[in-house]
Design a binder for this molecule. Structure first.
Ligand code: TRP
Length: 456
């Protein structure tokens, strides 16, 4: 019977470590290094970070375990996994719509993720040509606006990034990806240590730490709490089936709980280090923490422009950032491609071309929202802001809520205990309670609270 369960048409990871690497590669990305610092800056710092950390521990970790578990039991793309498991558990086939929402969310996220990854690509060349050397914060700000104000340049990088993503996706889960993650992630980590080291040499290091870790609850709003929670899903790649799909390629023998713990810890560490590197530089240069999506592109180059070997480290940093974005993008589009292969009989290559072309097209909206359409806003949000809000703060938490309910209420206790095989019953009990009550209640309260704020 277990042989039957091990079958998947997409192949299987060669070991538990491959799964860890792939899932960590998915989790660690622009969300940690680009998004976490800028939304922390926009939402006042410490209190926001604390809420984010609580969401990671109480909602993120248990839901990550649930996603891996469901994926490994179903062994298909999220849509078909949900359909197959629901049939087995005697539940409604409508649960497959979780899979559907995930496919759409991943697809929409990739459309703007790719544009930002394009900025990082452009910066590889800016850093490499020595433009940052000795540049002031204003000069670096000008380099950034020059880039974002040019639709043609953004389009070129966006196109290139989608292309390299779809090439890897077309080749399948096992080739390429493993190697990339094995070497590049540790390298990224080392460069972050270096950047934190540089931040320590500025006179604002302590101020930066205070901003990040000293909670001032007067600065956080209901909307801020929603953004912190949404980001917990976003940064861990949860709520849309990415981790579920990777879980479906996971060997039956690997432990889900400890694997999830490693991924969550690594992801959180990278985000906090990025914050510790960036905010001291922000304050030391009189920049605004609330500068928005351009924050890291306006601050880190200042550091690279001043440190010894900055051209080398700066170039390397942006190369690694592009790789981190790349390993994340692959997981954003994998559910869509896996589904096209399973249900429409397409080859991986054809499926990748279609999915890539469609995402590319939606990405044009984000490109123009930084220049030609910057003036068009709805509820004070540009196209990019709206898309980000809709996906990260609504679709992912909603998907996560449904996944939690499914894993804890619909799937039999025996099935989940079997699949998790945690050994210690107390730990399993804690997980079950978290997933049954704590996580769903928390997500619901945060949603209601945020709506209340909007209505007030
Ligand atoms: N977690 C990635 C990051 O932080 C982005 C990402 C990859 C993602 N796959 C995902 C977000 C699936 C949500 C869902 O950069």
């Amino acid at each position: 019977m277990s042989e039957q369960r091990d079958l998947t048409i997409h192949g299987q990871w060669s070991s538990r470590w491959t799964f860890v690497l792939a899932a960590a590669g998915s989790a660690v990305g622009l969300g940690n290094i680009w998004k976490f610092p800028y939304i922390t800056g926009e939402n006042g710092g410490g209190a926001f970070v604390l809420v984010y950390l609580i969401c990671i521990a109480m909602i993120g970790l248990p839901i990550m375990m649930a996603e891996i578990m469901i994926g490994r039991r179903g062994r298909h793309s999220p849509i078909n996994t949900m359909r197959i498991l629901s049939r087995k558990e005697g539940a409604s086939p409508h649960w497959k719509y979780i899979g559907w929402m995930g496919v759409i969310a991943g697809f929409l996220i990739l459309s703007y993720y790719s544009v930002i990854a394009g900025w990082a690509m452009a910066y590889v060349f800016r850093a490499g040509s020595g433009e940052f050397v000795g540049a002031s914060a204003e000069q670096i700000g000008a380099i950034f606006s020059n880039l974002t104000e040019s639709p043609a340049r953004l389009l070129g990088w966006h196109t290139l990034f989608i292309a390299i993503t779809m090439i890897v996706v077309a080749r399948g889960v096992k080739s390429g990806l493993e190697q990339a993650v094995r070497f590049l992630m540790p390298a990224l980590f080392v460069i972050l240590i270096l950047l934190v080291g540089y931040a320590m040499t500025t006179d604002s290091f302590v101020r930066g730490l205070h901003f990040l870790f000293d909670p001032d609850f007067s600065k956080i709003t209901g909307a801020g709490v929603l953004i912190a929670m949404g980001h917990a899903f976003f940064t861990l790649s949860l709520g849309m089936g990415a981790i579920m799909v990777y879980g479906s390629y996971m060997p039956q023998s690997a432990s889900i709980a400890s694997t999830a713990m490693i991924i969550v810890a690594a992801d959180t560490l990278v985000a906090l280090m990025a914050g510790m590197a960036i905010f001291p530089i922000v304050f030391a240069n009189g920049l605004e923490p609330s500068a928005g999506p351009g924050l890291i592109f306006q601050t880190l180059p200042v550091a690279f422009g001043r440190m010894p070997g900055g051209v080398f480290f700066g170039t390397l940093f942006f190369v690694l950032l592009v790789f981190a974005a790349w390993t994340s993008s692959i997981s954003l589009i994998e559910p869509a491609v896996a589904w096209l292969v399973e249900n429409h009989g397409m080859t991986r290559v054809t499926a990748s071309v279609w999915a890539g072309a469609a995402t590319w097209l939606v990405g044009l909206g984000t490109i123009f929202s930084f220049n030609e359409w910057a003036g068009f806003t709805l509820f004070g949000k540009t196209f990019f802001d709206l898309l980000d809000f809709l996906t990260a703060n609504i679709m992912l938490p909603l998907g996560g809520l449904l996944i939690a309910l499914y894993a804890a209420w619909v799937m039999g206790r025996r099935s989940s205990r079997d699949e998790l095989a945690m050994g210690r019953p107390a730990l399993f009990g804690m997980w079950h309670v978290c997933l049954r009550y704590v996580a769903p209640a928390a997500v619901t309260i945060v949603f209601l609270n945020a709506i209340g704020v909007v209505g007030a």
